[in-house]
Ligand binder design. Structure first.
Ligand SMILES: *[C@@H]1O[C@H](CO)[C@@H](O)[C@H](O)[C@H]1NC(C)=O
Ligand SMILES: *[C@@H]1O[C@H](CO)[C@@H](O)[C@H](O)[C@H]1NC(C)=O
Ligand SMILES: *[C@@H]1O[C@H](CO)[C@@H](O)[C@H](O)[C@H]1NC(C)=O
Length: 591
């Protein structure tokens, strides 16, 4: 196992004043914000060690209580593109995109000119013969000229959407699934990694679900689900020069997950360093320094942002590695203060096989009777002074319009059963979604799937996270009541009763219309007329890379963004600047 050389990797060694190369802002502040998630209000760097221990305990509790698990991936980095490992044979026009041992045959699209000169790499080949649509671009001026030209090729249904899959040995992906018993120390995860990450099929649950398409899905299996979809993506290409984006099939989430507990920092980072070593030495990396590369890390971002260098720090360092900073990491909870991760929905129980299945479900939840005005499924956080959960529980108990499902450890835990919490959400108009130990909750997606209008108390729970998948105007599909208002004893019931029936109807209809975008459909039969969470994510990545490439071609260069404001960029309206005041500034301010 390779230990990275500290001199090679400019990441903060201490929780101190390391500067971020790009923004010049202090990394410790960002780290502090992140660490705050685990520290319940700790603020001082001096307390770091103590807090790290606390953080670890908190994480343990979170992972145990939610009966989900974190997974992890390790990360690491080599900084420079390394040439020594390049094997020309690795590239070639027509390599089927997936080399792992999967059963499905990858769909390979025919390319007009799939031959690239493997000795020169993408940097100089520019795609061989310029495609006819590229006449407006200087031929081969950029390694991605051909890919950009394909975007303008109306005759190519995949034009501008091709994805090239980087080749990795199966130990970086499918082997982890085969060896699922090693994923988590306290629970056998094999049942949840089965069925392409959907987990075991569920019966109709006494009418709560449909007969087919419902699974007992774990919330941290996005790595597998995404991979299963990607291997059947309709626009795979074996020709990197044609690709709109490069998918790296590294199961970063599962990797870190199996090393979160009881492993030292070296073990947690080992595979991350390896994967970076491999991908940065490939010719595809050089085209854009990895800015067109993406991968999944199906846990929350804090599992990959270890601050302390010692073994006491939580998680891996994956996301701080310079190479990874250039890539897009797909997580289920992103950092408000970093640009290299993007949040995609937690998996829910519904994995439809057809548009029809979605329509039938939407019809069902639209017509349901909802006896409860609002409901809450969850547990208090007695250890956290900042948590508003106990206030919500108190209010819910006191209201005849609220139904409470208290989650507790042990066999009597109703929250452990998808049928019981989905039944609750299906009989409620509004579903309360406070923060948990971190900002986000899988429950927000369960609620929307049930046609229940989510009530959020912190913008970090959804509004600044799932900006690809949810409408920008949060009032269209949700209610926002600030945590401060709850602490001031604002009545939830009264706030919700103030919303007119017509407005409720409109919001619910929007929620129902969002169902396809927040579920992961069956890989074998994707949806025809609607985009699921996977489609939305791939489109967004392709857009992001294409925009960046156009900026480079037009000489604008990459837009300089300040990491500390990463939460704010997607919220900006025309003409607004990121420094302009925002009502949520204080919520995302550094301590
Ligand atoms: C980390 O743990 C591994 C076993 O998981 C062990 O082989 C290695 O020596 C440890 N490294 C350090 C620096 O403690
Ligand atoms: C990250 O991208 C920048 C800009 O393309 C590039 O200069 C840098 O070398 C890349 N970093 C790595 C580790 O490849
Ligand atoms: C909060 O409001 C409820 C109902 O309005 C009231 O009964 C209760 O005493 C209030 N609690 C506090 C701490 O103000």
């Amino acid at each position: 196992m390779k230990r990275h050389n500290a001199a090679e990797v400019p990441v903060p060694v201490s929780y101190g004043g390391e500067r971020d190369e790009k923004t010049g802002s202090k990394v410790d502040k960002m780290g502090g914000g992140a660490a705050r998630r685990w520290r319940s209000g700790g603020c001082c760097s001096r307390l770091w060690l103590v807090l790290v221990v606390f953080a670890t305990v908190t994480m343990l509790l979170r992972h145990r209580y939610d009966s989900g698990l974190g997974h992890g991936a390790a990360a690491v980095v080599r900084i420079e593109p390394v040439h020594r490992k390049v094997k020309p044979a690795d590239r070639g026009g027509a390599r089927p995109s997936f080399s792992d041992s999967g059963s499905a045959k990858p769909v390979t699209v025919d390319h007009k000119s799939a031959t690239t000169d493997s000795s020169t790499g993408t940097e100089s080949d520019g795609g061989g013969e310029p495609s006819s649509a590229s006449s407006s671009l200087p031929a081969a001026a950029h390694p991605f000229s051909r890919a950009l030209a394909a975007a303008g090729d109306k005759g190519d249904r995949c034009g501008g959407r091709y994805v090239y899959v980087q080749e990795l040995p199966p130990r970086f992906n499918t082997d982890m699934v085969k060896n699922c018993v090693a994923l988590f120390p306290w629970k056998d995860m094999c049942k949840f990694t089965a069925n392409g990450g959907f987990g075991p099929p569920m019966s109709a649950g006494g009418g709560v679900f449909q007969e087919t398409g419902w699974y007992n899905s774990d919330k941290y299996t996005v790595d597998i689900i995404f991979h299963e979809r990607m291997r059947r993506y309709e626009c795979l290409t074996g020709d990197p020069s044609l690709a709109a984006a490069v998918y790296v099939p590294f199961f970063a989430g599962l990797e870190v997950w199996r090393h979160l507990w009881g492993f030292n920092a070296t073990a947690r980072d080992a595979m991350a360093l390896e994967v970076v070593d491999i991908i940065t030495s490939r010719p595809e990396w050089r085209a854009m320094g990895g800015r067109d590369h993406f991968f999944t890390a199906g846990l929350i971002t804090w599992d990959f942002r270890r601050l302390a260098d010692g073994d006491a720090g939580w998680g891996s360092k994956l996301f701080s590695l310079p190479a990874i900073k250039n890539m897009t990491a797909l997580v289920v909870e992103a950092s408000p203060w970093h640009l290299n991760d993007a949040a995609i929905p937690f998996p829910t129980a519904f994995h439809p096989a057809s548009d029809e299945a979605v329509f039938v479900w939407q019809d069902k939840v639209r017509r349901l009777e909802r006896p409860w005005l609002f409901s809450f499924a969850g547990a208090a956080r007695p250890g956290s002074a900042k948590s508003i959960r106990s206030e919500l529980i108190t209010q819910c108990r006191a209201s005849s319009a609220c139904s409470l499902m208290e989650c507790r450890d042990g066999p009597s835990n109703k929250c452990g059963s998808a049928a019981s919490y989905m039944r609750l959400f299906q009989s409620s108009t509004f579903c309360l979604q406070p923060q948990g130990d971190s900002y986000t909750r899988k429950s927000a997606f369960d609620a929307m799937l049930a046609g229940c209008i989510p009530v959020f108390f912190h913008p970090g729970t959804a509004y600044v996270q799932y900006t690809w998948h949810l409408p920008r105007n949060h009032a269209d599909y949700s209610v926002y009541i600030s945590e401060d208002d709850v602490r001031r004893n604002a009545s939830i019931e009264e706030r919700l009763r103030r919303i007119s029936p017509a407005a409720v109807e409109r919001m619910r209809e929007t929620v129902i219309s969002l169902i396809p975008a927040v579920v992961y459909a069956q890989p074998s039969s994707r949806l025809d007329t609607m985009k699921d969470a996977f489609d939305v994510a791939v489109d967004a990545i392709v857009d992001k890379v294409t925009r960046l490439r156009r900026d480079i071609v037009d000489g604008r260069g990459e837009e300089e963004k300040l990491e500390m404001y990463s939460w704010k960029y997607p919220l900006l309206r025309e003409g607004q600047k990121v420094e302009d005041p925002h009502e949520w500034d204080s919520l995302f301010a550094f301590a």
